[in-house]
Design a protein around this ligand. Structure first.
Ligand code: GDP
Length: 234
């Protein structure tokens, strides 16, 4: 019998993908602000490269971020000529040295705080583990700056479906999030790829949460009008 259900459409068809460069320091090179940006954050080994590869349907796309020298930088990729993925450096385990933390914290925080084109952040957490101190610090920071945040729970293939559902609930309670803000994901089975892609596309399409009512055009609008202007507009 033919399956008559509509075949789900890919919410993010990848037509082009381009590495556009690294940002190494908070003051260093970064892309121009013409295209919306979505950042991906998580501790090392959480499965960020695997998730990015699945997201863009390329086997080794995120490898560039894991090559020596690149792991401490923010790597930017232009997708379909329409938006930019910012792959943030994975932050370390508990034993991370203070020096190393002193390097990535200003870079990550500086980028997130100061990027006008940023539309939101995908924060990755391993579904099996409680969020680390660094994860909680990052989520607090994102809440502080008001950045729209999606939480992707990685490696769900390592648990039974019932356990995944329980963990989603526990993590939601712990982080004070709605369960539908979290996307269970597996790079092994590809579960969650399309949900993540759809969430990302809708973030890209939203105006920046950093709405700037006091920007130049607003000033111009509020500026006292000359009698000529009034006449022209009446
Ligand atoms: P990154 O350091 O965050 O970029 O993590 P990687 O993507 O390099 O993954 C770290 C390790 O976890 C690798 O051994 C991956 O094969 C494994 N891994 C990543 N995602 C998954 C997943 O969804 N399921 C399983 N079972 N393993 C995964």
């Amino acid at each position: 019998m033919t399956d008559t259900r509509a075949v789900a459409k890919d919410p993010l068809v990848i037509k082009s993908l381009e590495f556009i460069g690294p940002m190494a320091t908070a003051e260093g090179w970064r892309p121009t602000n013409e295209l919306p940006e979505i950042a991906f954050a998580g501790r090392s080994n959480v499965g960020k490269s695997s998730l990015l590869n699945r997201l863009v349907r390329r086997k080794a796309f995120a490898r560039v971020s894991n090559t020596p020298g690149r792991t401490r930088e923010i790597n930017f990729f232009k997708v379909n000529g329409t938006f930019v993925l910012a792959d943030l450096p994975g932050y370390g385990y508990a034993q991370i040295s203070k020096t190393r933390k002193a390097e990535w914290l200003p870079l990550i925080e500086g980028y997130l705080r100061l990027s006008p084109a940023l539309r939101g952040v995908v924060q990755l957490l391993d579904v099996r583990h409680p969020p680390s101190k660094d994860d909680l610090q990052m989520l607090d920071f994102l809440a502080d700056i008001g950045a729209p945040t999606i939480v992707a729970l990685t490696k769900i293939d390592k648990l039974r479906p019932r356990e995944v559902a329980d963990r989603v609930h526990e993590i939601a309670v712990q982080l004070h999030l709605e369960e539908d803000q979290m996307i269970p994901f597996s790079a092994v089975t590809n579960a969650g790829r399309d949900e993540l892609a759809a969430a990302l596309v809708s973030l890209v399409d939203q105006p920046s949460w950093r709405a700037a009512p006091m920007d130049a055009s607003a000033d111009a609008f509020d500026a006292p009008q000359s009698p000529d202007d009034v006449e022209a507009s009446s």
